[in-house]
Design a protein around this ligand. Sequence first.
Ligand SMILES: NC(=O)c1ccc[n+]([C@@H]2O[C@H](COP(=O)([O-])OP(=O)(O)OC[C@H]3O[C@@H](n4cnc5c(N)ncnc54)[C@H](O)[C@@H]3O)[C@@H](O)[C@H]2O)c1
Length: 329
Amino acid sequence: MSKVIVTGACGFIGSCLARRLLERGDEVVGIDNLSRRGSEYNAARLRAGGMRLLRADLSSAQKAEDAFGAIGKADAVFHLSAQVAVTLSYQNPGADFRDNAAAAFNVIDAVRRHTPGAYCFYASTNKVYGHLKVNRPVGEDMPLDPYTPYGVSKAVGEMYFTEYGRPEFGMATCSLRQSCIYGHQQFGVEDQGWVAWFSIANLLGRDVMVYGDGHQVRDLLFVEDLVDLYLLLWERRLTGVYPVGGGEANAISVAQGLDKIAAITGLPFKSLGHEGARPGDQPYFVADLSWVGRLGLAWSPRTGVDEGLRAMIDWQRGHLEEIRAAFAS
Ligand SMILES: NC(=O)c1ccc[n+]([C@@H]2O[C@H](COP(=O)([O-])OP(=O)(O)OC[C@H]3O[C@@H](n4cnc5c(N)ncnc54)[C@H](O)[C@@H]3O)[C@@H](O)[C@H]2O)c1
């Protein structure tokens, strides 16, 4: 049995990772400030499953120090907490900086003091590439060029993890620049998590605004496939920085996503409005996954988009009251 710290454990990806770790018998300590809408429901599920939850704001160096000091040694730390919306990073760039850049520094530096031998994972984002002008898969050679405060604050966090992985600190750090992740336990909203938001809006009969021409392409990756990869990276103690998404086989446009969701639910969208593209919205992002084979990892996205969307929508249908309550609060 391993001891694992998951920050942002009550968010979408964190809660899926924490559940998988609990299911296989690991000791899981989650840290979350429960700022994300709906995170309290994931928290209740995980606590019932045996996760210890420390409610702490990791943007505070002191609170991060207190939390990691109280937890002590761990085998792995997955840093998944963040402010995740580009829109909010424009509305309040200071809060975005604190929740992303400062919190990432606070976490990796607290790990250095309290459990430097732990495997340290950082969830980065394709937004660190900024306005990509390519329409081919993005590989490891693509340089950092963030555009948007969120892109910058996430890139800063990633760079600290990379820095602490160099020989002077000698820690085992790894970052994935993640594309569009979707699935269960995701409380997608208009500001972030468009796939889950579109199906929630479809099921609840809410208006949907499409920003941009709807032809933006993303390679969707189902959350359980991403969790498989996290566990494999840790098992191999793989270090470095890599792009990840569903790859070319799972690339769809926003318009195709809307059509697929309506076809699965059997419900029309109440209304679809159209506005100009939002800042930082890349016209095309697909991850080049060739590094996976090069490093000899037995992993590939197993869940196709149609199957993954059906699983996500099944979960949403089964938790509609919870979702309704989260959206009312
Ligand atoms: N979901 C995606 O498609 C996607 C894509 C690329 C990168 N990422 C990255 O993956 C990670 C997880 O994303 P997610 O979709 O699960 O987001 P999420 O919003 O569902 O989860 C983030 C969690 O962090 C918590 N949190 C926020 N600020 C905090 C703070 N200061 N202190 C403690 N807890 C705090 C929130 O309450 C929430 O539970 C993030 O780092 C995000 O940037 C996500």
